[in-house]
Design a protein around this ligand. Sequence first.
Ligand SMILES: NC(=O)c1ccc[n+]([C@@H]2O[C@H](COP(=O)([O-])OP(=O)(O)OC[C@H]3O[C@@H](n4cnc5c(N)ncnc54)[C@H](OP(=O)(O)O)[C@@H]3O)[C@@H](O)[C@H]2O)c1
Length: 286
Amino acid sequence: MSGHAIISGGSSGIGLAIARELASSGWRLSLLARDRDRLAASADLLAADGAMAVRVHPVDVADQPALAAAVQEAVAALGPPSLLIAAAGMVVPGHFAELEDAAFTRTMAVNYLGSLHLVRAALPALRRVPGSRIVLLSSGAGLIGLYGYTAYAPTKFAVRGLAEALRSELAPEGIGVSVVFPPDTDTPQLHAERRLRPLATSRIAAGARVQPADAVARAILRGVRRNRFVIAPGWEMAALAWLHSFVGPLLHRFWFDRIIRGCRRQPPAGDVSGITCQPAQDDRIS
Ligand SMILES: NC(=O)c1ccc[n+]([C@@H]2O[C@H](COP(=O)([O-])OP(=O)(O)OC[C@H]3O[C@@H](n4cnc5c(N)ncnc54)[C@H](OP(=O)(O)O)[C@@H]3O)[C@@H](O)[C@H]2O)c1
């Protein structure tokens, strides 16, 4: 498996780890992200890893015309892609009532619309490569809504919905679609979001195992090679991906709600974020 891969969010975390895996197999790579210095540093790393060619395209995926132009440039430079990976993403954890309106609109613009417009811009070129594949990064928060993720979870539900609908539309053309539910992965995003998580969110997530980005990237590419629609690295995410409709309500009722109520009874002495726990929604209504 080799060819040209276009990767949004390819300068950091999971996107960069995927790019490094592909580089060592001799792929041609186009990276899309905003920060030029980080893109340049990533390109150097990938060249050292053995990439056949690397191009970087500084762009904000929320800027649709600029994104379309970047994809066109990538195709003109390195040819039509056989792999398109939408990994650019952001998260603003916090209590619903305390978040700025912009947290909701910006997160949807980057995570959902940024993925949508990337696919729409690249689709004509993907059609030129038999067996090409689109990989969309969702999240466990795209399977079950989590306390403290009202700005993020809906964007990842939307990505999952897009992937499901797109898979059935593009399958007759031979274009594959995968949706990825990464576990907590050791990346700059995870480190940043942990500092902002409300206490209840941190307690709910406390048992989750954090995986290295390179292991997650390898699991994603294994799923791609096997033409998997759902790619859920690790047993926790695999179980959630297959059983979420059944398990989600049980987790909320018998585990998360108890943590959240306990969090309210014990004021946040250990809350390093300084954000107080709010009553659970059910408690406010009663
Ligand atoms: N890490 C986890 O535990 C985890 C778990 C579940 C799902 N995910 C999802 O996996 C994906 C990758 O996350 P990560 O943890 O690897 O994050 P990361 O290390 O923070 O990397 C994010 C990448 O996206 C780029 N990016 C962010 N906003 C952008 C924008 N508006 N336009 C263009 N590029 C943008 C960043 O570069 P610039 O900042 O330079 O633009 C960077 O290259 C995300 O969609 C995330 O939601 C992550």
